[in-house]
Design a protein around this ligand. Structure first.
Ligand code: SF4
Length: 304
């Protein structure tokens, strides 16, 4: 069978190893060299261009059903749990903990839960809202496993490395939030970022109050495509006499967006994290859909 392999950036170094195994099994193998951000970002167009019948997507589980043969190969990482012992000194004031992690460590959640229960803590594992599939799992765009239990816990613990995933969960919750990194064996409390994100959002809204033209971004990635929302937002802007156009790309390049100087502000309908994490890469404000609605409401008020 002709197949195309797809790896997220952190696993691209393993491409040759996996390609050789699949070739030995008799497959004709191609490797996607495009950036890959998640299972929201399947190489369907590339597969069709080269006549591949299947995509083998490494590192993530299914995000959303697509009409193409996709084999998901999630990548589990078994780490030591020593960092939990380190975390205890931060947990003295909290008796009920919510634990979240990524798909790479989700198989370790039972052991993590047992550890804390052995230390007389009550542990709650929440459920995702949609694209993440497993209890306790979070994605940058699905933090339901933390948000759905926020009212029941005294503190949240994210088990894993990096800031991308815990920051998404942080702003959807209200309780103390800790990152327990099993690779560095360090525990960090990250609550201060809540204020930073709120201030940044406020700043973008205020900077957009004079905007007269909006570029509404639609990604053609399978799990990020949201043309319906883009059309609704375009209509809302036009209803109050503003210019709005839909701009389309598979992978938004910030230099190209910055070259679109005809627009006063950009509105994201693609990966929700763009309007949170990448705002400083654009010279003009990059709004979320909710922030655009807020801008339009404020403009209406100012006109009265
Ligand atoms: S956070 Fe963004 S890149 Fe990650 S899975 Fe969700 S839509 Fe895709």
């Amino acid at each position: 069978m002709r197949i195309i392999l797809q790896f997220p950036e952190g696993l691209k170094q393993k491409a040759l190893e996996h390609a050789k195994v699949l070739e030995k099994q008799g497959h004709e193998v191609f490797i996607s060299a495009s950036p890959t951000f998640g299972a929201c970002d399947l190489a369907i167009a590339e597969a069709k261009e080269i006549g591949a019948e299947r995509i083998v997507h490494f590192g993530h589980n299914e995000f959303k059903h697509v009409d193409f043969d996709v084999q998901y190969v999630p990548y589990s990482i078994d780490t030591r749990l020593d960092v939990l012992e380190v975390s205890l000194r931060h947990m003295q004031d909290y008796s009920t903990l919510g634990i979240v992690t990524t798909v790479q460590h989700v198989h370790q959640l039972d052991a993590i839960k047992s550890f804390y229960e052995g230390k007389q803590k009550h542990v709650i594992i929440g459920r995702p809202y949609g694209p993440a599939k497993l209890p306790g799992q979070i994605l940058g765009c699905d933090v339901g496993s933390a948000a759905s239990i926020d009212s029941q816990v005294d503190a949240h613990v994210y088990f894993g490395a990096g800031r991308f995933h815990p920051l998404g969960a942080l702003i959807a919750t209200t309780k103390p939030f800790f990152v327990a990194d099993p690779f560095s064996n360090e525990v960090e409390r990250i609550d201060d970022y809540r204020k930073l994100y709120t201030q940044r959002s406020r700043g973008k809204v205020l900077r957009s109050l004079d905007a007269k033209s909006f570029a509404i971004m639609v990604s053609t990635k399978n799990g990020q495509f949201n043309m319906d929302l883009a059309k609704i937002l375009k209509g809302k802007a036009e209803d109050i006499g503003l210019d709005a156009q839909i701009v389309v790309s598979n992978n938004f390049d910030f230099e190209s967006l910055n070259n679109m100087r005809c627009f006063d502000a950009f509105v994201n309908t693609a990966c929700p994290r763009l309007a949170m994490d990448d705002t400083e890469r654009l010279t003009k404000p990059l709004l979320s859909a909710n922030e655009l609605v807020e801008v339009l409401e404020m403009k209406k008020e100012l006109k009265r």
